[in-house]
Design a protein around this ligand. Structure first.
Ligand code: F6P
Length: 525
């Protein structure tokens, strides 16, 4: 199938995306559900290519693998675990079994405990919540708290992730220790950054008149470790190893979000995710939004070879979505071997990056439009903002979003460029100036458009991307649910700590590292 697709890529190189447009393309190359629309008409995918991509997914067994995942089978084969973040949002679904046990009673009981606790915090003296976590224990809730700020009616939420003392120092600065709740969010409760920050926060609270015995909560799968840290079980919200860190914001790791927006709005977020799960399981072929989003991704990365993918939310409150998706996609699908340990025959997942529009337009879009690399762009935009009194801002925002995808599609040819400067220059100088104003165009983009960024819609968007990652992973034949690639750096950092502190030597390190250590020791005081 890959060879067929490569042949189609060669054909696609000979044509313009714009030339694919006929009266039906806009309707045909889009997926619309009751709640959002995904437009991929501005890509160089024609009907034949789409069929080939769908065949690729079929041959890879995406549907069977999806059913296995939802059924609690251990699809995370290298860690021997089920992958069931979907159970966390299975609010009114049926039972879900892992090793013969229905996990849903436990999931719903924890959700109720979270709600009771969140209401208690929201109704009490706490003014500020500090979530200490990193990676999946930070990026999801932090992104969502910003995304849903119009729905905040609880205490302020802050996030500390980096082990750089600057982070916790800046966040704690100005907080009242007597009215601050610290949430230690760590699936393993061993992550060195999080545990270092948690101990620093505990000391700060004790030193500033707060009570760590009552003002700390923990979110973890490791309840022995949370009790060793001194957090009573009544304020520990547990989850199971079948929830991957970067898929965990739907459960206890979302506690800060729940405290910010309240249990009802949090449940609406879960319902959005659940609704996308149902769509993903029921919709077939071109009607299936996560499937089509994934196939567009496969076309751009593995078939056409575009190394990166830009996520461009024209929605300021989705400012952290690119960071969030970086972990979701790159930690999941940045692997070089397949499930059996054999090298991948194609590239792994792309580099994911981006920033909100319109800001990015004034920063890096230059390269997207005129650089030599093609960067597939994924635009996101709401039909309406929350600021009714600022509707003209939103109109301008949407105009910019649509204009960018149009510009990428159309470009500007040399004649049009000449026409722009013909009044100012002539002869060779006219040609020189015109050349700088040419846009190649024919650059692919997709647009996800939704009515408004409310909790339900955010749940839909996040679940959509999760399933996209899943489908791409199945097609690549990799395990999207482990992350061995983060281990080596952790081990070496632990080994280097005494060297940095000066209690061990760097003699077994490479020359570069030895020289860096020497420079550090010579200059840090
Ligand atoms: O180092 C990577 C990682 O394991 C991520 O997968 C995870 O989200 C993050 O660290 C934090 O892990 P934990 O929640 O166990 O502290």
């Amino acid at each position: 199938m890959w060879n067929d697709l490569k042949a189609r890529a060669a054909q696609a190189a000979e044509r313009k995306i714009l030339d694919l447009f006929d009266a039906d393309r806009a309707a045909d190359f889009a997926v619309q559900t009751q709640h959002m629309r995904f437009d991929y008409a501005k890509t160089n995918i024609d009907a034949g290519t789409r069929d080939a991509l769908l065949k690729l997914a079929e041959d890879a067994g995406v549907a069977a693998r999806r059913d296995a995942m939802f059924a609690g089978e251990k699809v995370n084969e290298t860690e021997g675990r089920a992958v069931l973040h979907t159970a966390l949002r299975n609010l009114d679904g049926g039972s879900v079994h892992v090793d013969g046990t229905d996990v849903m009673p436990g999931v719903l009981e924890t959700l109720d405990r979270m709600a009771t606790y969140a209401d208690e915090v929201r109704g009490g003296p706490i003014t500020d919540v500090v979530n200490i976590g990193i990676g999946g224990s930070d990026l999801g809730p932090s992104m969502a708290v910003q995304a849903l700020s119009p729905y905040h009616d609880g205490p302020r939420c802050h996030f500390v992730s980096n082990v750089d003392g600057a982070h916790i120092a800046d966040v704690l600065e100005g907080l009242n220790a007597k009215t601050t709740l610290v949430i230690v969010a760590s699936k393993t409760f061993t992550t060195i950054e999080t545990m270092t920050n948690a101990r620093t926060a505990r000391a700060w609270m004790a030193d500033h008149g707060g009570d760590p015995a009552t003002q700390f909560a923990a979110l973890s799968t490791a309840q022995d470790k949370t009790s060793d840290f001194g957090i009573p079980s009544s304020r520990v919200f547990g989850f199971e190893d079948w929830v991957g860190g970067r898929y965990s914001m739907w459960g206890p790791i979302g506690l800060s979000l729940m405290i910010a927006i309240g249990p009802d709005a949090f449940r609406a977020f879960l319902r959005g995710g659940q609704d996308m799960d149902r769509h993903f399981c029921a919709a077939t072929g071109t009607e299936n939004m996560p499937l089509m989003l994934a196939l567009v991704g496969i076309w751009h990365r593995q078939v056409l070879g575009h190394a990166t993918r830009a996520v461009l939310p024209y929605d300021q409150r989705l400012g952290q979505l690119p960071n969030y998706l970086q972990q979701l996609e790159m930690e999941s699908n940045g692997k070089s071997v397949d499930m059996a340990g054999a090298p991948l025959p194609v590239e792994s997942g792309p580099v994911v990056w981006g920033a909100p529009g319109t800001n990015g337009q004034h920063a890096f879009y230059q390269l997207i439009h005129q650089g030599t690399a093609v960067i597939p762009c994924e635009f996101l935009v709401a039909c309406a903002g929350h600021e009714d009194e600022l509707k003209h801002h939103h109109d301008l925002l949407v105009a910019n979003c649509f204009a960018q995808s149009e510009a990428l599609l159309r470009g500007r040819n040399l004649d049009e460029a000449r026409a722009k400067v013909v009044d100012k220059f002539e002869g060779a100088e006219l040609e020189r100036q015109a050349a700088h104003r040419v846009f190649a165009g024919n650059r692919p983009s997709t647009t996800l458009i939704y009515p408004k960024l409310d909790p339900f819609t955010l749940g839909q968007i996040i679940a959509l991307y999760e399933h996209r990652v899943f489908v791409e992973g199945v097609i690549l034949g990799i395990n999207s649910y482990d992350q061995w690639g983060v281990e080596l750096g952790k081990e070496l950092a632990t080994a280097l700590q005494p060297v940095i502190e000066g209690t061990a030597t760097a003699h077994d390190k490479d020359g570069s590292t030895q020289a860096l250590v020497a420079y550090l020791h010579a200059n840090r005081d």
